[in-house]
Ligand binder design. Structure first.
Ligand code: ADP
Length: 462
C-alpha cells in the first residue's frame, strides 16, 4: 500500500500529482528549491522540505538530497513527474535499492529505452517500423559521413541520450554534415553528459503522433489512443490534441498495435509513450519512447475520461488495470495549449518576472493546470511554461472554439506570454482544417503579417 508520496518535481506537474494523491487519500511530501517557496505545489502539499538553491542542478536534480528528504519524510513512493530525474535510470535504481517505489517503469527499462539507439534496435526487432538510420551510435564524423551518404541526405543527427529537442541537427549534404556532427556532439556532451550520436533519414514535414500506454505489474497492457503533437517550435511541442485530425480508423488501429508491440518489447510497466513520425501517405515510424508521464497527458485524460496520474499510482501499488482495450475510446476531442512566459515578437525570448494581475479562464469544457497566481514570481531558472490550458468537447470544432474563447478570457499582466500567438494559430484556417505538420509554425510565421504578433488578433472567425 502506498500511503505517502514524495513529489520530486515542481510547477504544474507537482500540483497535478498533489491533486491526484488527495483524491486517493494519499499523503504528499513536496520538495522545493529556495526559488519555489511560494509555489502552489508547496502550499497545497501536506508537507514540504527545501532541498537547495534555485538552480535545478542544486535542487531538483540532486538525487542525494531528494533521497534524504524521503528518509526524513518516511515516504513509500516517489513520483518523478516529467523532466528532472524522471528518466534517470540511476535514480530509479537508487529508489529500488532503498525500497522506495519509483512511480514509473523499472530502472532497467528506463536504461534500455532512454538510449535512443538501443530503443530503435529493440522495437525494430519486434517488427515495429523505424526510420532508416545508423545501427547504433557512430564512432566519429568520418564513419558517420559514410553512413549518412548511404542513407541519403537530408539526414538528422540525434543524441543517443537526447531529449527536449536538444542536440539535434539537420544536414543537407556531406560538407555541412561533418560540421553539424561535431557541434551536435559538443551540445550533447554539455546537455546530457554523453556525446554519443546516431543518424536518421530526415523526413520532410511529417506529423508527430504518439500513443499513450498503460501497463500493470500483472502483464496487462493497453493503449489509450493517440495524441497529435505536430505543432512544434524548434522540435518542442506547443499545441497537442487527441484524437489526431489526420488518423482514420484503420491507421489508428495499426499504429496502436505497433505501439503495444514496442512497449511489450521493452517489458513495459506503468505509463509510457511511444512516439511516431507519420508521412503524408500514412507511413509511420517509431522515433522514441518516453518512460514517464508526458506534459501533454491531460488531452488523453479529457478525451478518454481516464486519470493517468491516479492510474500510475494504482499500478505502482500493485493494482490491476480496471479496464481492457475494448473499454477505451477517445469519446471527446481535447486540445492543449502550452502557455509560456515568453515574447513571440522578440524571437520567443523568455520573459520571467512577477505576475501583477492574473485571471484564469474557466467554464464548460475548460481545464487549467497551472501553479501560478497573481503576485507569483516566474523564475528565470526553469522552463518558461506557466500553464497548460486544455479545452474539450464532443467535436474538434467545439474544442477549438472553446480554446479560442478561453485564451481570450485569460488575463496575465506583468510578464509577456504567447497567448496572442496561440490565438492566431487557433484561428488559422490551415490549423483548423487539421493540416499542421511539424513545419507548421515555421510556415505560419513566414506567411503571417509582420505586425501580427504586436497587435491584437483580429477576431474574424466565420
Ligand atoms: P527529443 O527526444 O529531443 O524530443 P525526438 O526524437 O522525440 O527528440 O524528436 C523531436 C522532434 O524532432 C519530432 O517530433 C520531430 O518534429 C523532429 N524529428 C525527429 N526525428 C526526425 C526525423 N527523422 N525527421 C524529421 N523530423 C524529425
Amino acid at each position: 500500500m502506498i500511503k505517502k508520496i514524495l513529489i520530486a518535481n515542481r510547477g504544474e506537474i507537482a500540483l497535478r500529482i498533489v491533486r491526484a494523491c488527495r483524491e486517493l487519500g494519499i499523503h504528499t511530501l513536496a520538495v522545493y528549491s529556495e526559488a519555489d517557496e511560494q509555489s502552489l505545489h508547496v502550499q497545497l502539499a501536506d508537507e514540504a522540505i527545501c532541498i537547495g538553491p534555485a538552480s535545478g542542478s542544486e535542487s531538483y536534480l540532486r538525487a542525494d538530497r531528494i533521497l534524504s528528504a524521503a528518509e526524513i519524510g518516511d515516504i513509500d513512493a516517489i513520483h518523478p513527474g516529467y523532466g528532472f530525474l524522471s528518466e534517470n535510470a540511476e535514480f530509479a535504481e537508487q529508489c529500488e535499492s532503498c525500497n522506495i517505489e519509483f512511480i514509473g517503469p523499472r530502472s532497467e527499462t528506463i536504461k534500455k529505452m532512454g538510449d535512443k539507439a538501443m530503443a530503435r534496435e529493440t522495437v525494430a526487432k519486434a517488427g515495429v517500423p523505424i526510420i532508416p538510420g545508423s545501427d547504433g551510435p557512430l564512432a566519429n564524423e568520418i564513419v558517420a559521413t559514410k553512413v549518412a551518404q548511404k542513407i541519403g541526405f537530408p539526414v538528422i543527427i540525434k543524441a543517443v541520450s537526447g531529449g527536449g529537442g536538444r542536440g539535434m541537427r539537420i544536414a543537407h549534404n556531406a560538407v555541412s554534415f561533418a560540421k553539424e556532427f561535431l557541434s551536435a556532439r559538443m551540445e550533447a556532451e554539455k546537455a546530457f553528459g554523453d556525446g554519443s550520436l546516431y543518424v536518421e533519414k530526415y523526413l520532410e514535414s511529417p506529423r508527430h503522433i504518439e500513443f499513450q500506454i498503460l501497463a500493470d505489474k500483472h502483464g496487462n497492457m493497453v493503449h489509450l489512443g493517440e495524441r497529435d503533437c505536430s505543432v512544434q517550435r524548434r522540435h518542442q511541442k506547443v499545441i497537442e490534441e487527441a484524437p489526431s485530425p489526420f488518423l482514420d480508423k484503420s491507421l489508428r488501429t495499426r499504429m496502436g498495435k505497433a505501439a503495444l508491440k514496442a512497449a511489450q518489447a521493452a517489458n513495459y510497466v506503468n505509463a509510457g509513450t511511444i512516439e511516431f513520425l507519420v508521412d503524408a501517405k500514412g507511413n509511420f515510424y517509431f522515433i522514441e519512447m518516453n518512460t514517464r508521464i508526458q506534459v501533454e497527458h491531460a488531452v488523453t485524460e479529457e478525451a478518454t475520461g481516464i486519470d493517468l496520474i491516479k492510474e500510475q499510482i494504482q499500478i505502482s501499488s500493485g493494482k490491476r488495470l480496471s479496464f481492457s482495450q475494448k473499454d477505451i475510446s477517445l469519446d471527446k476531442h481535447a486540445i492543449e495549449c502550452r502557455i509560456c512566459a515568453e515574447n513571440p515578437s522578440k524571437g520567443f525570448i523568455p520573459s520571467p518576472g512577477t505576475i501583477d494581475l492574473y485571471y484564469a479562464p474557466g467554464g464548460h469544457g475548460v481545464r487549467v493546470d497551472s501553479h501560478v497566481y497573481g503576485g507569483y514570481m516566474v523564475s528565470p531558472h526553469y522552463d518558461s511554461m506557466i500553464c497548460k490550458l486544455i479545452s474539450y468537447g464532443r467535436t474538434r470544432k467545439i474544442a477549438l472554439d472553446r480554446m479560442y474563447r478561453a485564451l481570450s478570457e485569460y488575463i496575465i499582466r506583468g510578464i509577456d506570454t504567447n497567448i496572442d500567438f496561440l490565438k492566431a494559430v487557433i484561428l488559422d484556417p490551415a490549423f483548423r482544417q487539421g493540416e499542421a505538420t511539424t513545419s507548421y509554425i515555421e510556415e505560419f510565421l513566414a506567411r503571417a503579417p509582420k505586425d501580427l504578433l504586436d497587435k491584437p488578433v483580429k477576431e474574424s472567425r466565420k
